[in-house]
Design a binder for this molecule. Structure first.
Ligand SMILES: Nc1ncnc2c1ncn2[C@@H]1O[C@H](COP(=O)(O)OP(=O)(O)OP(=O)(O)O)[C@@H](O)[C@H]1O
Length: 211
């Protein structure tokens, strides 16, 4: 469970997001809002990579500010437009993430094979197209034993064949362990491929459930 309390994020003293209290229980959530509404800001705050006022607490014990290392070890984030060191190969980045997340198994094999990435995962990321970079960032977001997975604009640059594969990863993850999965998009969710999906709307500098 994620609890957000007295949250406020400003850029140059301009408030872009304010949330009094908001609770997210395990499940799949479609975070929808128009351009500039604050979706990325919200996910970056939950990922612990942008500063904010207030508290974010995971499972009633991991405060993002007080237990930041433990919090981040179970919260994975895929950026909307991922940028990686160009000289590293995909597999080197995966190994780096695995060591940070204390993963010893060949957990990545399932993701690389199902997303048909084995032919280029040993190449430097400087040679990757934007869709290939996106797929690599999605693999990284599933490594370890995350209890929260944050995917910012995962549909952007992903080809139509890859979308059902990503959705199957999400369904598998939620089946194996209680997980909060947040996917942001400016588009409405087209159902069918995922189990129950709830919608969180970002608008008017705050968030709400779309019930
Ligand atoms: N680094 C920054 N400095 C100043 N303002 C910023 C910064 N990042 C975001 N903003 C502002 O915060 C607001 C929310 O931006 P954010 O990127 O979170 O929106 P978004 O909903 O993800 O948009 P999009 O769908 O276009 O990606 C916008 O008004 C944006 O101009």
């Amino acid at each position: 469970m994620l609890q957000i309390k007295n949250f406020r994020k400003s850029y140059n003293s301009h408030v872009v997001l304010q949330i009094d209290t908001f609770t997210i229980t395990p499940g799949i959530y479609w975070v929808r809002g128009s351009n500039g509404s604050g979706k990325s800001t919200f996910l970056k705050a939950l990922a612990g990579i942008t500063s904010f006022e207030g508290d974010i607490i995971l499972n009633e014990r991991l405060n993002i500010k007080k237990q930041s290392v433990a919090y981040r070890s179970v919260v994975n984030f895929a950026e909307a437009e991922p940028i990686f060191p160009e000289f590293l190969t995909g597999i080197e980045l995966i190994r780096l993430f695995k060591s940070a997340k204390n993963v010893s198994s060949h957990q990545e094999d399932f993701y690389l094979e199902s997303m048909h990435m084995t032919s280029y995962v040993n190449d430097p990321v400087s040679t990757y197209s934007s869709g290939m970079l996106k797929k690599l960032s999605l693999v990284l977001a599933f490594l370890g034993r995350p209890t929260c997975i944050l995917l910012d604009e995962p549909l952007t640059t992903l080809d139509v064949e890859s979308l059902p594969i990503l959705y199957s990863w999400i369904a598998r993850q939620c089946h194996q362990q209680e997980t909060i999965v947040l996917l942001s998009s400016h588009q409405a969710f087209e159902g069918g491929l995922l189990p129950t999906v709830q919608e969180i709307v970002v608008e008017h500098t705050t968030i709400r459930y779309n019930s």
